[in-house]
Design a protein around this ligand. Structure first.
Ligand code: SF4
Length: 700
């Protein structure tokens, strides 16, 4: 029995985990959280939450938290605790030394989708105004960068089109490459409610996810495709829609470029894109593809929701554009109940992209080569900005290995565990001369760090997160930051970045994150009308929030696309280079489990840890029997890149030839076996397709 005491006051804030962005009431006793309750007026969650959010406060007080800044000369040396001043002075001096030696472009930064908009804005400002280059990238690189690219090409904005309320108006819902029950549980509950009311469901996923058949809900169609064939299946759906005349001609003529539509329609009509041809590639029966296409095109308001099973492929951006093509062709955009809706994995992955975390884009998705945009920031910041795109994360490691990139500031991201081709990451980090990790806990990346700056949790700071529906939610400080010696004199993450900037000679004097938001609003058109006062008054707003839409924009592209006419793109299916063969006969794909969040750094340090202590390998009974593997046995999983050991779970949730695991536990190191193939447009890694062999093992 745990004595939790009675709360004395409460503060409304936002969950720090997934992209649903649930509002919570943190009930407090002094500076201790007693419990967290879902907030009934939260517009994203409407009083609901999942198990992760309810326990999220637990890691704030965990004994593993690092409270003191630490420095060491070499990564083999023991850490030495220092004051904040010493730490900032050391980093500033090292970064300046590196730039003197190897040039302005020899250092860079990585932002975190777990940090606030304001903190992310400051990191990219530090890189651009302080380091003098565009070497800033975000962990969205490894998840939703194809969403940003693909939707911007098609519609003109890098974001989902709807709010979550929209699903209440859907007649047909197509879920592709997402498992909302585990990844976005509160949205999944809202979706299931709509399905129980009679909306029809199409699931496109290699695995029989929970939504395919749960109590009172059964998908009308489950297209259990071979991993890596999303584009082929989507083109086949388009083939049916075009060749059977199921497209919405008046919508396309009015809202899209008709000649591009005709070109695309001719492409998808080719025989190689027919369901019969695609059945041979994808394994999905042609009749199922035809039936799903007819339902999507003719079943009323049809919405598409998707996740990392769409983006983390060598054709991730192509898949996003193929989804956009379907929505435009059928007129399923610009009203409630329809749309293209990426389910974002992290709480602020939308925000980190909005805030200019990409090496080619300033805040608001404006290219660094755009003179007018640079002029806005140059006048305000009093600097000259670089007009060439900087390095993406994998290119930072390439440059480190050739000696031209030697210093890195990583905020809130365990890149060794979360990025592909672990050996490339670790060898790149090991080649650098000053790696600064700014995080809550020591992690696999800090093994390669020379400076550790302790971070603050979401309970210890003010700011905003932007969720998957573009909703800007307030994060409110409920306790003083504990990341200081003895748990005192802590600094919120935005203060850490500011102090580092000051040590590097920048004249920054923010006294509160609301001042950073004022700067964001002054420089970023979709945020022009955002203030903390408005967020307090309305609870939240969805961008664009500006003169045209002072209270925000729940549904985008009503009456016209942000880019003008919607753009149809030719989405040619190109098979991945990752092939199965006699040595690696199975295809591994990956996903999430309800109780854990990403690499588990936070959730493993909360009370729900007992729910999930290891990642399991799901394997079909036939494949298990062929290998002499029984349920619960350890198996060795090897790919061309590396190997790991997991416990087997024998299940027909996966098809023969496909295996599946989650990626939450550090011992699993699933990224040791994923390849270095990546999306052609954005370098987002191809996590969802790896050819592997599976054999019995005695254990790790
Ligand atoms: Fe809501 Fe996601 Fe947090 Fe769960 S993890 S409470 S669904 S924001």
């Amino acid at each position: 029995v745990i004595e939790i005491g009675q709360p004395e006051h409460s503060v409304v804030t936002t969950c720090a985990y997934c992209g649903v962005g649930c509002s919570f009431k943190a009930e407090m006793r002094g500076e201790e959280v007693v419990r967290m309750l879902p907030y009934k007026d939260g517009k994203a969650n409407r009083g609901h939450s999942c198990v992760k959010g309810r326990f999220a406060w637990g890691y704030t007080n965990h004994r593993d938290r690092i409270l003191n800044p630490m420095v060491r000369a070499k990564i083999t040396d023991p850490w030495r605790e220092v004051t904040w001043e010493e730490a900032f002075a050391h980093v500033a001096s090292e970064f300046r030394r590196i730039q003197m030696k190897a040039g302005k472009g020899a250092i860079g930064g990585i932002t975190s989708s777990r940090c606030t908009n304001e903190e992310t804005f400051l990191v990219q400002k530090l890189v651009r105004a302080g380091f003098g280059n565009n070497n800033v990238d975000t962990c969205a690189r490894v998840c939703h960068s194809p969403t940003g690219y693909g939707l911007k090409v098609a519609f003109g904005t890098s974001a989902g089109t709807q709010d979550f309320d929209s699903v209440e108006h859907s007649d047909v819902v197509l879920v592709i490459g997402a498992n909302p029950t585990d990844g976005h549980p509160v949205f999944a509950s809202r979706l299931k409610k709509r399905l129980r009311q009679g909306a029809k469901l199409i699931v496109i996923d290699p695995r029989r996810i929970d939504l395919v058949r749960t109590p009172h809900v059964e998908a009308a169609h489950h297209l259990a495709l071979k991993p890596g064939t999303n584009v082929a299946v989507l083109d086949a759906i388009a083939h049916v829609i075009v060749t059977e005349g199921l497209f919405d001609e008046s919508f396309v003529r009015e809202r899209c470029d008709w000649s591009e539509f005709e070109h695309w329609a001719s492409f998808v009509s080719e025989e190689r894109n027919s369901p019969e041809a695609v059945e041979k590639v994808s394994g999905v029966p042609a009749a199922e593809i035809r039936a799903a296409a007819r339902l999507y095109a003719t079943g009323g308001n049809a919405a598409i929701y998707y996740g990392l099973g769409v983006t983390e492929h060598s054709q991730g951006s192509t898949t996003v554009m193929a989804i956009a093509n379907l929505a435009m062709a059928t007129g399923n955009l610009g009203r409630p109940g329809v749309g293209v809706n990426p389910l974002r994995g992290q709480n602020n992955v939308q925000g980190s992209c909005d805030m200019g975390s990409f090496p080619h884009e300033l805040p608001g998705y404006r290219h660094v080569s755009d003179d007018a945009t640079r002029d806005i920031f140059e006048k305000l910041w009093g600097v000259t900005l670089a007009d060439e795109p900087g390095l993406r994360i994998p290119n930072m490691f390439d440059a480190a290995l050739d000696g031209s990139f030697l210093g890195l500031y990583v905020q809130g991201e365990d890149i060794v565990q979360s990025d592909p081709d672990t050996h490339h990451v670790t060898s790149g980090l090991a080649a650098m001369e000053c790696v600064v990790v700014h995080d809550l806990f020591l992690n696999e990346t800090s093994d390669y760090a020379h400076v550790f700056l302790p971070g603050s949790t979401f309970l210890e700071k003010d700011g905003t997160f932007t969720n998957a529906e573009r909703r800007i939610n307030r994060v409110r400080k409920v306790m003083a930051p504990r990341n200081g010696p003895g748990g005192k004199n802590g600094l919120a993450d935005w203060e850490v970045t500011q102090r580092l900037a000051q040590a590097m000679g920048l004249d920054w004097h923010y006294t509160h994150p609301s001042e950073i938001m004022a700067e964001i609003a002054a420089t970023t058109p979709s945020f022009t009308g955002v203030t903390y006062e408005k967020l307090d008054e309305l609870g939240s707003v969805q961008w664009p929030c500006n003169e045209k839409a002072p209270e925000g924009t729940p549904v985008m592209h009503i009456g016209g696309f942000a880019r003008g006419l919607g753009k149809f793109m030719i989405t040619e299916y190109v098979p991945t280079d990752e092939k199965t063969g006699p040595r690696f006969p199975l295809l591994l794909t990956t996903g999430r489990i309800l109780s854990q969040y990403n690499v588990g750094a936070q959730t493993r340090r909360t009370a729900n840890v007992i729910w999930h202590e290891e990642d399991l390998l799901e394997i079909h009974p036939h494949d298990a029997e062929n290998r002499g593997v029984r349920d619960g046995d350890f198996v060795r999983v090897a790919s061309r890149a590396g190997e790991t050991t997991l416990r087997a779970k024998v299940t027909d949730r996966v098809a023969p030839g496909v295996v599946y695991t989650t990626f939450h536990h550090p011992l699993t190191q699933v990224n040791v076996i994923t390849t270095d193939y990546s999306d052609w447009a954005t370098n987002c890694p191809e996590y969802k397709v790896t050819a592997v062999q599976v054999a019995p093992s005695n254990g790790p």
